[in-house]
Design a protein around this ligand. Sequence first.
Ligand SMILES: Cc1cc2nc3c(=O)[nH]c(=O)nc-3n(C[C@H](O)[C@H](O)[C@H](O)COP(=O)(O)O)c2cc1C
Ligand code: SF4
Length: 626
Amino acid sequence: MTETRGDSAAPPPELADILARHGGKPHRLLQVLLEIQASRQRISPQVAAEVAESLGVPVARVRGVIGFYAFLAEKPWGRYRVLFSDNITDRMLGNMELLTALCEKLWVEKGRMSEDGLVSVDTTSCTGLCDQGPAILVNGRAIANITPQRLERIAELILAQTPLEDWPDELFTIEDHIRRKDILLEHGLQPGDALRAALARGAESQAEQAANARSWREGHGGGPTGPAATLEEIKRANLRGRGGAGFTTGLKWEACRNAPGKIRYVVCNADEGEPGTFKDRVLLRAYADLVFEGMTVCAYAIGASHGFLYLRGEYRFLLEPLNEVLARRRAAKLLGPSILGEAGFDFDIEIHLGAGAYVCGEESALIESLEGKRGVPRNRPPYPVTHGYLQKPTTVNNVETFCAAALIAKHGGDWYRAIGTAKSAGTKLLSVAGDCARPGIYEYPFGTSVRQVLEDCGAANTLAVQISGPSGVCIDGSEFDRRIAFEDLPTAGAFTVFDSRRDMFEVARNYTHFFAHESCGFCTPCRVGTAMLKATMDKIANGHGTPYDLAEIEKLDKVLHLSAHCGLGHTACNPTLDTLKRFRPMYERRLKSLDFEPAFDLDGALARARQMTGRDDAGAHLEMEP
Ligand SMILES: Cc1cc2nc3c(=O)[nH]c(=O)nc-3n(C[C@H](O)[C@H](O)[C@H](O)COP(=O)(O)O)c2cc1C
Ligand code: SF4
């Protein structure tokens, strides 16, 4: 990524190349815009119009996409754009003090560009580096473990206008911090092992079919037997999705495989935007072959010939290494036409970058984004399994789900089901962060207690654990014997520890800011509700809250559950309600009085009207004398 000078409103000289590289396809719009943004630090209306014309889409669509994503902008940012990750764990590690110090050094105000256009400094939602925070992004490149000394160095590099490519490599070091391995992280498979096992199982079942043709057709709709055998193993394993909702993977794959039409897609959801979650980052870096193998197993089972990995923009540093793994797999005949010599088994994968929008982790919003649109969740039904990418049947799974599928393809469903609990088969990766001695990735069989995890990660005096991020649940010390499992504490992976020094009101307040920032604004209850929730929490923080406000939050939760369009809105009140239930005194000690106090000063707002009309009598005020 270069730091450009000159007229940033003009089209970059390489615009024609960028457009050509993406084949002039409208659904590559987001990727085209990301490349322009990287080269120009903005996408001016003039450039937006050129892109629109070249791709044959309305200019309003192009500008709508630019307006939607946090990593795209029409107005210029500084040539160096520094974004501080603003998860609660970054806050606990002093990110705001560091931000202020950097702003002072660079003579820039937070959220503004410096007068010479050199730099801008701001915050961004969790960057997925909570095990090594505080973290920042500089022109999209992640830098972890920010200390005052490292920040001093970064400020010097910026002031010297050193191109990012020439910054010392050690600044960009990202650790994996794998602390506990189980069947997945210790899988021992070589690239292709799971696929070979799937093909061999298919061949065996073909022989069975020859012996018992009638029963096979009845059971499998007359499709090719090999892939159906793999599907059976996934179903037998009782694998459930690791992205949060826990839907049964085998049923999803089967619905996609049985959907009408010849074209199908496999999509790996690597958007990982839930604050506190970073296990997919580690899987993509250290286990990329297993992820791609799982996607290829899925393609084999459902009959897809094309796959996408949707990589969150914050993980851009993984793009090149992932593309290298894809190239190696193509060379080894594990991707491309006739995989492992199997005629008709053609499948390839391309990587699509996100651009800083948490809601794009929701599978239908992700598909919209893949199609180069604003990432607004679709109405469902129809579901992606029948009407997904370009309205074709599409299977969307989490990174970890695909890894587990590869293991099942190799070892079989019964082997997998024997691990974990009756309702939660296999293992779960946890992203452990916060107040503990050993943050990082821990893999456990389902059924492991929270207490065990706390012990292993070196947590002491633990007050609370946020399980599965802000959209999950917050538990206190009385619940530490509860278990990580779909039937007790389901989780997409985040496990954030808070010790007795922490103020759980502030934790919840940080999360409400996150939801208000990330609401896509499509539906009114969420757009307005998340903003109201944030304003109410700020009002309480500023010492103006009353018990009435606490009751209002409960009402708001009901409204959001009933009428929000997607999971973001449904879960936005969770952190507040959970902490209110368990740590009510932390709220109550902030309350000003037992009376209602409006968040909006209506009488104050009327002051200008009084001034204009020259009135200041009692009738011109809201509060009249009795
Ligand atoms: C607001 C929102 C954000 C989400 N973010 C992610 C995500 O980052 N990664 C993910 O795998 N699933 C995420 N999901 C869940 C997906 O919609 C979907 O259920 C999942 O990708 C399916 O994969 P699985 O069955 O393997 O879990 C999110 C859901 C919502 C409502
Ligand atoms: S609930 Fe929120 S995030 Fe979801 S569609 Fe509505 S506005 Fe967008």
